[in-house]
Ligand binder design. Structure first.
Ligand SMILES: *[C@@H]1O[C@H](CO)[C@@H](O)[C@H](O)[C@H]1NC(C)=O
Ligand SMILES: *[C@@H]1O[C@H](CO)[C@@H](O)[C@H](O)[C@H]1NC(C)=O
Ligand SMILES: *[C@@H]1O[C@H](CO)[C@@H](O)[C@H](O)[C@H]1NC(C)=O
Length: 323
């Protein structure tokens, strides 16, 4: 406590001095490394070295302070179990060059903690989504620090959709909720959305940066049937097949109408060699809507017609001859 108090008084006198001289860069102290990234509860060691004659050198910190010493040129700030989020250690030296006799070198420390959990959910909505409507997804990142280095990324399958960073400078762990607006279409039926929390702590931090992802959120999308073309012409041969099959969710129902159909058909495909040429309309529907498609069945009949006409003409000529 006494040390802390001393450090505080000392720091304020030093900053006064610095504001007078404006020459922090000339402080004859070298820190190695110059910046540290430590997991909460992890260990850290940083050297402070000087090559000038001095009257005392030391480390001031809430944990691991090194009392002032006169006999050494290298002292180490060391903590085995760092449990302080907002630790601002600095190395100081008392020396004499002209009017200046003391200075400090601050050590930037980032104490981090990966989130306890990352989860994804839909906001308000439950159950299948409807094509073309907007929905909100939320990603909850629980107990993470420091949020300044956090990036929350949204994915659909392997595709990155969006990402968010934070400007808060709070050092202690926080919870963060990020939302994403989506407007799913039929291609998104069965898609998996997920989010990921990444702590990118810089070159001094763990490599690769720690990432924690949510479980995937499986999205079911309802959409109405939609045929790629509204008419199709089919030339009649031995095997006639009218295929009206189309994707829709929920699975659609089919109804056929035609002057040539006697019975009701509710399958998506008509397979028959006995269909007469003509127009067949298929209507596909589910709870979201309906779509129709017209099949025009034409007989192969060009040659057939030709012979019919020829025989008819022949008969006509014969008849005229007889008369
Ligand atoms: C580190 O310190 C915390 C709080 O003082 C304690 O709960 C934890 O057990 C310590 N961990 C180790 C590895 O010593
Ligand atoms: C991505 O997220 C940012 C907020 O972090 C938002 O302003 C932006 O509109 C989003 N972009 C898309 C395409 O959703
Ligand atoms: C988060 O990810 C880190 C490594 O990237 C891992 O050590 C940690 O256990 C993960 N946390 C959870 C809650 O899965």
């Amino acid at each position: 406590m006494l040390q802390l108090f001393f450090g505080f008084v000392f720091l304020s006198s030093v900053s006064q001095l610095q504001s007078l001289t404006g020459a922090q860069a000339e402080c004859p102290l070298q820190l190695n490394p110059q910046r540290v990234v430590v997991r909460y509860g992890g260990s850290v060691a940083v050297n402070c070295k000087t090559s000038v004659l001095h009257k005392g050198i030391g480390w001031e910190a809430i944990e691991g302070a090194v009392p002032m010493t006169k006999n050494q040129n290298l002292i180490t700030w060391r903590v085995l179990n760092l449990t302080e989020w907002d630790i601002k250690p600095f190395c100081y030296i008392f020396y004499k060059i002209g009017d200046k006799n003391q200075c400090i070198e601050e050590l930037p420390v980032a104490v981090y903690k990966t989130p306890d959990s990352v989860s994804i959910r839909t906001v308000i909505h439950r159950g299948p989504m409807i094509e073309g409507q907007q929905y909100e997804l939320q990603c909850d990142v629980h107990d993470v620090a420091p949020v300044e280095y956090l990036t929350v990324k949204w994915y659909k399958g392997h595709t990155l959709l969006n990402q968010t960073t934070f400007t808060d400078t709070i050092e202690t762990p926080v919870n963060k909720a990020v939302t994403l607006l989506i407007r799913p279409n039929r291609a998104d039926d069965g898609a998996q959305y997920w989010c990921e929390a990444e702590l990118d702590l810089g070159a001094e931090g763990p490599q690769p940066p720690p990432k924690n992802s949510s479980k995937p959120l499986n999205v079911e999308v309802y959409y109405k049937p939609q045929h790629s073309s509204s008419t199709e012409t089919i030339i009649k041969d031995d095997k006639v097949m009218l295929d009206c099959t189309v994707k829709a969710n929920p699975a659609p129902d089919y109804t056929w109408s035609s002057d040539h159909l006697k019975e009701k058909i509710s399958s998506s495909v008509i397979k028959s060699s006995a269909l007469s040429p003509g127009k067949y309309t298929c209507t596909t529907s589910n709870s979201l809507g309906r779509d129709s498609k017209v099949f025009i069945l034409k007989s192969t009949g060009t040659r057939h017609t030709f012979w019919t006409v020829l025989i008819f003409l022949h008969l006509l000529v014969t008849l005229i001859g007889v008369i």
